[in-house]
Design a protein around this ligand. Structure first.
Ligand SMILES: [Fe+2]
Ligand SMILES: [Fe+2]
Length: 161
């Protein structure tokens, strides 16, 4: 049986990942309503990736024979001032998730080798998530200077698979 503190922290992380899913879905809806469908598409894929993260932790807990607790997702924002503000929020959110992951990882180093190894994937993933959010924030800042630039970025983001 896995350490209870680890199980609790992993259950909390499931909540954070589903919150991320909802946040990116809200961003997808916001972009779609602005007719920035490429941005909307990109955010839908990001949301699906976040649900995947939640499920990774879900399955890991069950493999450890630990209880899964789903506590619901608190409301996410629905509106942003502009594209730049969306990506500012996305980056700030990912930085927070990185802190959560680092916290559980530190606990796991003391309490559970299995959880520490499992969490290494998330530590690496957060580097990627922050890098992507930072890149898109900078691109959105550049695109803010011209509508053509924004539409170009929209067609680029429509290509995400
Ligand atoms: Fe995630
Ligand atoms: Fe990712």
């Amino acid at each position: 049986m896995v350490d209870q503190k680890i199980a609790d922290a992993l259950n909390e992380q499931i909540g954070h990942e589903f919150y991320s899913q909802h946040l990116y879905l809200a961003m997808a809806a916001y972009f779609d309503l602005m007719e920035l469908k490429g941005f909307g598409h990109w955010m839908r894929i990001q949301a699906a990736e976040e649900a995947g993260h939640a499920m990774k932790v879900f399955e890991f807990l069950l493999d450890l024979d630990a209880e899964v607790r789903l506590n619901g997702v608190k409301p996410v924002p629905a509106k942003w001032k502009d594209t730049v503000h969306v990506f500012e929020d996305a980056l700030a959110h990912e930085q927070k998730v990185t802190e959560f992951i680092n916290g559980i990882y530190e606990l796991a180093l003391k309490e559970s080798h299995a959880a520490a190894v499992f969490l290494q994937w998330f530590v690496t993933e957060q580097v990627e998530e922050e890098a992507t959010a930072r890149e898109l924030l900078h691109k959105a800042m550049i695109a803010q200077e011209s509508k053509a630039g924004l539409l170009f970025l929209d067609s680029e983001l429509a290509k995400r698979k």
